[in-house]
Design a protein around this ligand. Structure first.
Ligand SMILES: Cc1cc2nc3c(=O)[nH]c(=O)nc-3n(C[C@H](O)[C@H](O)[C@H](O)COP(=O)(O)OP(=O)(O)OC[C@H]3O[C@@H](n4cnc5c(N)ncnc54)[C@H](O)[C@@H]3O)c2cc1C
Length: 307
């Protein structure tokens, strides 16, 4: 069932690009139906979820990211049919009539009949937030991984209302501070998840500017949606602007926002996990889509019709 590798390429049954929950689930599912795979991941397996201090939406009993990441990494390690090439970033993904090739930044080239691409998302830069002006010498830290509870803090500004805010509040139950959340209209639907937390003060803004005030304090000035001006100095500010898709170069099709919907791809490239869409960015959705991607390759290889 393995495609004939083009000259210079090693071959396998399935190439997996990205070792987050989606890529790892694809590897485990592929092995369960007898498919060999090579998984490329520049970091550790499930590196992102290792930063999630508190999880409440994963079945199976795991309630912290480090615990879940370690369990998934163990599952991949005992999956003999998967070769996890850690430290390897895919620099090119190309699709042809009967195979896919992936090249890494170290120059390794592998071919397979199908590739699952599950490279997830990265933090959105301030340049992508026209409503925000930041005048600080060093970049503001992201909310993700913030260790704010380790020092006395009475007020925190969170810029943007993306989902890590809920995780942050759950992870810091003892934080006794006002958490000012300044967010643009595009984030309006996201605040329902945190509005019940007494520490949160929601600030729907039209525009916001932030300037440094010492080591970590900042002064924020804003205009709200009714045109009223406001200002406040806070102990610390964190960026929480959202995500942008991180697809590798090559033949992966992106939509206007950079996401890579599975139904727009070459038939031999199957996208999975957060990379698919701005919606459904959850761990269980990622593992489900990674598992489905591996099964789609399995059935397609055997010519089993989808319906
Ligand atoms: C702060 C925070 C808190 C969260 N809390 C929760 C929560 O409580 N519950 C929940 O369900 N979800 C949560 N999420 C979302 C969850 O982390 C994601 O939905 C999930 O990790 C998506 O899995 P994935 O495999 O699609 O992508 P990722 O986990 O992002 O994995 C993608 C992998 O691809 C790798 N990669 C990137 N480019 C390349 C390349 N060129 N070549 C090879 N590999 C590459 C990356 O290194 C990465 O390891 C949270 C996210 C954040 C940021």
């Amino acid at each position: 069932m393995t495609a004939t590798a083009p000259p210079g390429h090693a071959s396998t049954d399935l190439i997996i690009v990205g070792g987050g929950p989606a890529g790892c689930a694809a590897a485990v599912m592929a092995a369960s139906v007898g498919m060999r795979s090579v998984l490329f991941e520049p970091d550790a397996l499930c590196a992102k979820i290792r930063h999630i201090a508190a999880i409440d939406n994963v079945v199976g009993g795991h309630t912290t990211g480090p615990e879940l990441a370690a369990a998934i990494a163990r599952d991949v390690a005992r999956t003999e049919l998967c070769e996890a090439d850690l430290g390897a970033r895919a620099s090119e993904v190309h699709a042809f009539a009967d195979h896919v090739t992936v090249t890494t930044d170290a120059g390794r080239e592998v071919a397979a009949p199908y590739a699952v691409v599950a490279t997830g998302v990265g933090p959105l830069s301030t340049a992508a937030a026209p409503w925000l002006t930041v005048s600080t010498d060093s970049a503001l830290p992201t909310l993700w991984g913030a260790k704010v509870a380790e020092r006395p803090t009475t007020s925190v500004l969170v810029i943007g209302a993306d989902r890590p805010l809920g995780t942050f509040l759950r992870a810091h139950p003892a934080l006794d501070a006002t958490v000012l959340v300044a967010y643009p209209p595009v984030d309006d639907y996201k605040v329902d998840e945190v509005g019940h937390d007494a520490r949160v003060a929601l600030m729907p803004v039209a525009c916001l500017s932030v300037r440094a005030q010492g080591a970590s304090a900042v002064t924020a000035e804003w205009v709200d949606r009714e045109g009223r001006h406001g200002a406040q100095t806070v102990d610390a500010a964190y960026l929480n602007l959202g995500s942008s898709p991180a697809s590798p170069p090559g033949d992966i099709v992106r939509d206007s926002s950079g996401y890579c919907p599975p139904d727009r791809q070459h038939p031999r490239i199957i996208t999975a996990g957060d990379l698919r869409s701005a919606r459904f960015q959850r761990i269980m959705a990622a593992t489900g889509s990674g598992s489905e991607a591996a099964l789609r390759a399995y059935y397609d290889l055997r010519g089993v019709p989808s319906a």
